[in-house]
Design a protein around this ligand. Structure first.
Ligand SMILES: Cc1cc2nc3c(=O)[nH]c(=O)nc-3n(C[C@H](O)[C@H](O)[C@H](O)COP(=O)(O)OP(=O)(O)OC[C@H]3O[C@@H](n4cnc5c(N)ncnc54)[C@H](O)[C@@H]3O)c2cc1C
Length: 449
């Protein structure tokens, strides 16, 4: 990290001097995964590109903080084998980590029950009745190859209630879908993308060694290699346009940066604020239709697990998740500490009403059940009461899919996890970043540059 930080500081000083004089072909607001991905593809296409990030470090919500030898993401993160993974491979990123076993328990009335995740647990599980098991087996066989797009017009609640009959099986599906999408609004969530994400999660996810900060570092290095200018500590306050054409960016310190194309990777509400007269653009609709997904995250580093078998727990009657993301004796997952400390992530999936203290208490109670005596093993902890996982998701109240271009202003684009065409989470950030760049490169006006 330290090498990259000093590199950014150096680039920041250089860039602040240069950027007032240079006209950029592509300026990107926000240096998270979407911003870095967009920058790399724009620069690879030969465009003079700059990234402006308000924080002192790049990475946005994908940063990793090191605390007492433990690598904490901003809440547990898993990389699905979707658009982001594919793109990172295409870019040559190393992506070191491991796929944890799918073995899991369900938590029901504060009891842990094995879930039917393989043949032996299928036979032994007390979670499902005989009828429930038969129904599960029927779905399991056809699920992997199912064309999920046929369910794009209904909510995941309607899908579950119409397709599954056993009440406990429904609870299991709600828990599986919530875990792979983070969404606690089954009545709003479009079934097709949610089921596709579940298909992906059943193929196995990756927990990354030393956290998602490694992805950020690698994207950063690649961006530098491609000649992207990266400026941190630069808060953008306006994106100016005239005659329906974008022309410059204004930073909080008064710096003006001229740019013929701008990609906003900021949340929908901030993107709206940055653009004068946004009420007369599609940004207005996209801001109004957005529904953010938030969770409370408790991460703990434990010297050892009091109950080593309890590695992954789905809440069946409460919206919680417990996962050991780190490597134990047998390699379960990623290297997340320097000394073998086990790193556990717990989530409370949130609806519109949240209570920071109550959520923390609930997550600690889950730990008491799953890892009794955990307080005696505690090395370090991190509690984040309300993290925005995504700023919007494919829901049935959506009027239109956002982006990539803002049609009323030439040269202005959006990307980020809310700019989804059905992709979820970081897959939406990466896919939308690529869509914005490819749209920009193919637009006739851009060819005149
Ligand atoms: C707890 C948690 C768990 C998650 N788990 C997963 C998971 O398991 N799998 C998965 O795929 N995804 C997961 N995600 C989602 C994933 O982290 C995000 O989708 C992704 O990191 C978002 O990247 P982004 O670039 O779209 O947005 P961000 O990371 O938010 O980047 C936007 C950047 O813009 C900057 N910015 C904002 N305003 C300005 C301004 N005015 N001027 C300059 N810069 C500005 C911000 O500082 C930020 O750096 C999780 C997220 C959270 C919070």
């Amino acid at each position: 990290m330290s090498h990259n930080h000093s590199l950014i500081r150096y680039i920041s000083k250089q860039s602040k001097r240069m950027m007032t004089m240079t006209k950029y072909e592509v300026a990107i607001v926000g240096g998270g995964i979407a911003g870095l991905t967009a920058a790399i593809y724009a620069a690879k296409a030969g465009k003079r590109t700059i990234v402006l990030e308000q924080q002192k470090q790049l990475g946005g919500r994908a940063i990793t903080n090191k605390k007492q030898g433990v690598y904490f993401n901003l809440g547990g993160h898993a990389l699905y084998k979707g658009e982001a993974h594919e793109t990172f491979r295409e870019l040559g990123l190393r992506i070191e980590g491991s796929t944890p076993s799918v073995d899991a328990y369900g938590m029901w009335k504060n009891q842990l029950l094995t879930l039917p995740m393989n043949v032996s647990s299928f036979i032994q599980t007390p979670t499902l009745s005989r009828g429930g098991k038969l129904e599960f087996a029927k779905w399991f066989i056809k699920f992997g190859k199912m064309d999920t797009s046929i369910w794009n017009q209904i909510s995941i609640r309607d899908w579950i209630e119409s397709q599954l009959h056993d009440p406990m099986l429904r609870n299991v599906f709600y828990a599986l879908l919530r875990t792979s999408t983070y969404v606690l609004a089954p009545e709003l969530h479009v079934a097709g993308p949610a089921l596709k994400q579940l298909q992906r999660s059943l193929k196995g996810v990756l927990y990354l060694d030393k956290g998602w900060g490694t992805l950020v570092e690698e994207l950063h290095e690649l961006a530098v290699q491609q000649g992207v200018e990266l400026v941190t500590g630069c808060k953008v306050v306006a994106v100016e346009h005239q005659d329906q054409k974008v022309h410059s960016i204004i930073c909080a310190d008064g710096t003006k940066i001229e740019a013929s194309n701008v990609i906003l990777t900021t949340p929908p509400s901030i993107s709206y604020k940055l653009v004068p007269h946004a009420d007369q653009t599609a940004l207005d609709t996209w801001k109004k239709q957005a529904i953010a997904v938030t969770i409370a995250c408790l991460d703990v580093g434990l010297r050892r697990l009091p109950k080593p078998k309890h590695q992954f727990i789905y809440g069946l009657d409460q919206p919680i998740l417990f996962t050991n993301q780190s490597r134990d004796g047998k390699p379960r997952a990623a290297i997340l500490s320097d000394d073998g400390t086990q790193v556990i992530s717990l989530f409370k999936y949130q609806g519109p009403q949240t209570d920071a203290e109550q959520d923390e208490e609930q997550l600690e109670q889950v730990l008491d059940v799953v890892q009794p005596g955990w307080r005696n093993e505690l090395v370090t902890r991190q509690y984040l009461p309300k993290m925005t996982v995504v700023h919007d998701f494919p829901h049935i109240k959506r009027i239109e899919d956002p982006g990539p271009a803002i049609p009323e202003i030439e040269g202005l684009y959006v990307a980020g996890d809310w700019v989804s065409y059905g992709e979820l989470l970081v897959d939406a950030s990466v896919a939308s970043a690529k869509r914005a760049v490819s749209h920009l490169l193919n637009s006739r006006e851009d060819i005149k540059l």
